[in-house]
Design a protein around this ligand. Sequence first.
Ligand code: GDP
Ligand code: MG
Length: 597
Amino acid sequence: TDLSHIRNFAIIAHIDHGKSTLADRLIQICGGLTDREMKEQVLDNMDIERERGITIKAQTVRLMYKAEDGETYQINLMDTPGHVDFAYEVSRSLAACEGSILVVDASQGVEAQTLANVYQAIDQNHEIIPVLNKVDLPAADVPRVKEQIEDVIGIDASDAIEVSAKTGLNVAAVLEALVQRLPAPTGEREKPLQAMLVDSWYDPYLGVMALVRVRQGVLKKGQKVKLMQTGAVHLVEKVGAFTPKLTELAEIGPGEIGFMSASIKTVADCQVGDTITEEKRPCDAPLPGFKPSIPVVFCGLFPVDANDYPDLRDSLEKLRLNDASFSFEPETSAALGFGFRCGFLGLLHLEIIQERLEREFDLDLITTAPSVVYHINLTNGTQMDLHNPADMPDVMKIESIEEPWIKATIMVPDEYLGPVLSLCTERRGEQLELTYVGSRAMAVYRLPLNEVVFDFYDRLKSISRGYASFDYALDSYIEGDLVKLSMLVNAEPMDALSMIVHRSQADLRGRAMCARLKDLIPRQLFKIAIQAAIGGKVIARETVSAMRKDVTAKCYGGDITRKKKLLEKQKEGKKKMRQFGNVDIPQSAFIEALKMG
Ligand code: GDP
Ligand code: MG
């Protein structure tokens, strides 16, 4: 296609503002699918994505649109991931486009993620088309939201398009605006291939697929291409586009977006942000902005039933095929047995993987408390990354510990601001900014990430009745007074429950965990001491008193078969017991203790 007839755009929005619904309408208008094929929400095709209403993987479709000027345009639509954990993926999707549609729910207004995404689009020099969605709702307040867009984001909203993606009202005007307002891409056909890898995923039939945006040159079947970051060379097997059905094409030319498959083994070899060029005739330089994806939140995943261990490993490998940003390695715990230490881009990413393992792979899992990555400066002058509190070196060997801090933006209606500010302070936050947008406050804080992974988001939602929105970006590593809090039963440490906390929080957390364990650990024939300790120093303590009499004797009479059954049951129960010194603790106690964070 001639470049002047191509438009590439991303849709950006806060969760639930109607991005996917609008995308589906655009597809429908362009006739990409018949009504029968038009399942509800084509773009969110994974079950979990649909249920949670978020997009995890960017999906791209190529539409042919006959505009009012009588010409037909190739329109490439990119749905961006809708969550902060995937900020880098969003930035690459945006880098593949010339413009963005900014969808704002006219009954809600600008939210934290609207801002985060739109600033990224501005960074990419995007032409931005504001679209006010849900104007069919009685609560829609178009003038107020337009004003907000101008005041908070600082872009002109006078020509914002007012639509209802639900009813279809005015949606065609969005397509017209794309053609008229967005610049066409540029790029020379004759030059050596230079294409950006925007996303990759595993297709059970075609293997690893890569979504690409060609900057210059041409990508075609049979070509030998090189991935500039990894240096790997692959033979291109197929190129094509989703219309939204998978359609093979002869080539992907400059300015175009499409996919390629090239018998690449794993998505780990297909990193988002990499540059694809020709092996024989490479381009001068890779495209800017490549960042390897680094997990920031770690936790242990253990099968509830030890027999599921091989299945868990297989399932993790399958997931990893499709998700290069997720990592895992074997871990052994005295409390939980054999499992894996897994790394994620953020808490949501963790939840998604956990949910998929339980749902798609039918595994019962125990998840240990999420932990961030600490930088530990050792007295011998070296630095280590700590992914697991259990691996914390001896305090005598530690010079200092650095923890990751984030910069968080919270938007909340005025009346809930007080508790939100208290929460941030309680979590060691430092206020950077506090401004108002009408009756909504916008607070910008620096917060330690380890305080955020510990139920911050749930608390924020509950104290604001769900009205607060939250977005963050990693900021920097800063030295902190951090200690390892260990939990002991009769002086024996329980590895799965140790955590790294700021000294100022240690008492509180230690006492809470002791109280919780007191309720969870069943009485035994002797007294059990439950303690929280920092190094050798006990900071909290509870006691489980000894059982007074043999309760079992009374319940079961002389019936021999019943007694046998009971013995068998006891044997089974034993298997699920974990021994710490002389104390037997049912695995369920750990599961419960961990559940409560
Ligand atoms: P996304 O998270 O931005 O992709 O949002 P969705 O497209 O999944 O929409 C979120 C919810 O808003 C869904 O329940 C939609 O049915 C609803 N919705 C989307 N657009 C409209 C609209 O124009 N009017 C109304 N009333 N509801 C809408
Ligand atoms: Mg969506």
